[in-house]
Design a binder for this molecule. Structure first.
Ligand SMILES: *Cc1c(COP(=O)(O)O)cnc(C)c1O
Length: 384
């Protein structure tokens, strides 16, 4: 991914910084858009994966909608220029203010996660004399076979409405004149690499769609969420297999002619198009371990500390040399979990070497924090 020219350019920039490869981003967006188009599927970009404005612009230009999980994300989507009619708003804890502001924006739909939330949206919409479009987020109890911290579609998870609550949910919908039911929504987890998981999801979606139709509801939207994973072990593989992914839904979802299929992809669209570039501050050889101490830490990239996420780590200054040692690669933050990788095989490394931490485009920059009073995270972009 990195040319020698890139690396020479990195040496002139203050580290750490996120480096975005905009042409890879463009290619990834294009691959997704054309694969979705082949089946007439609609894609919303899950903004929480990365709300860097340079990226949002490109994503908007692709024609995707926006999937938001906070009122500020809805605002940002509108500001960036996503069409209001293509903005959806999910989340288990939407505040009254967030609901009111989204009603004012006439967004496409609220993905509703509890029966009480239906009542609240109905009330707030009534005050504004508006009708709110809602989809019911159902927890389908499908195992995503991913890390337990990023699983969302099991009975024990907080997300969505459980199947046993659906009769009460249907009753509530019928009692809420300000709500227009548009369909059903699912999102079972993130970094899903076993596509069979999606077959199981399709079976459940078909059952729930039928359940609602049997009770007199018209299910216009089948929103199956996102979660498609990327290959963190092979950043060079780069563009996810969107065709295989969409094909599963085409093969296993029962879609009627009046129905639309919606997707909410985050990670798969942006994950591979960035690396975190950092510099080695110190190399410390211990009795049991050798440590590389970087100028980037969990304040720049939290995923390893938050859910033991793997990222490939490369010494960009010593690419021509052979693998010579094992290091624990850590950051400067005062936490033992501030570690990017243990026993990482690398070239003999020294102070000042540039290190690339790969596949950091999703849930990277957006999770940066000021813990330890760290500075705002820096960014740099490739030329297109
Ligand atoms: C996070 C999220 C997504 C996107 O998940 P990815 O794994 O990044 O594709 C989609 N829908 C909802 C409701 C989400 O919360």
């Amino acid at each position: 991914m990195f040319s020698n020219k890139d690396i020479a350019q990195f040496a002139n920039l203050e580290t750490p910084f996120y480096y975005y490869d905009l042409s890879l981003l463009q290619d990834t967006l294009g691959a997704c858009a054309s694969a979705a188009k082949a089946y007439g599927f609609h894609v919303h970009y899950a903004m929480k994966a990365n709300f860097n404005e340079v990226l949002l612009q490109k994503i908007k230009e692709t024609g995707f909608g926006a999937d938001c999980v906070s009122g500020n994300e809805v605002k940002k989507a509108v500001e960036v220029g996503f069409s209001n009619a293509q903005i959806v708003f999910a989340g288990v804890g939407k505040s009254d203010r967030e609901i009111n502001e989204s009603l004012d924006q006439d967004i496409f739909c609220f993905n509703v996660e509890s029966i009480q939330e239906l009542e609240v949206i109905n009330e707030l919409a009534a005050k504004k004399n508006k009708t709110a479009k809602v989809a019911i987020r159902i927890n389908p109890n499908v195992d995503a076979h991913t890390h337990h911290n990023i699983t969302t579609g099991l009975d024990e998870n907080k997300f969505g409405i459980n199947s046993w609550d659906l009769p009460a949910c249907a009753d509530m919908l019928k009692q809420c004149p300000q709500l227009e039911f548009v369909g059903i929504h699912f999102h079972i987890g993130s970094q899903i690499t076993n596509l069979d998981v999606y077959k199981n999801l399709c079976v459940r979606v078909n059952e729930f769609a039928q359940w609602f139709e049997e009770r007199g509801f018209i299910v216009r939207i089948l929103n199956v969420g996102g979660g498609l994973g990327i290959n963190y072990h092979q950043p060079e593989a780069q563009i996810p297999d969107f065709e295989a992914y969409f094909k599963i839904f085409n093969d296993f979802l029962e879609v009627r002619s009046n129905q639309e299929v919606h997707f909410e992809l985050g990670r798969a669209l942006v994950g591979q198009s960035s690396s975190l570039i950092s510099k080695v501050l110190y190399v410390k050889n211990g009795k049991k371990k050798n440590f590389i101490i970087l100028d980037a830490g969990m304040t720049e990239l939290m995923r390893p500390a938050l859910y033991q996420a793997y990222h490939q780590i490369e010494n960009l200054s010593k690419r021509e040399k052979g693998i010579a040692a094992k290091y624990d690669v850590v950051g400067p933050i005062c936490e033992s979990t501030d570690c990017f990788g243990k026993e990482v095989e690398m070239q003999e490394t020294s102070r000042g070497d540039l290190i690339g931490i790969r596949s950091t485009g999703a849930y990277g920059e957006v999770m940066a924090s000021h813990y330890n009073l760290r500075e705002n995270v820096r960014v740099a972009y490739s030329e297109l």
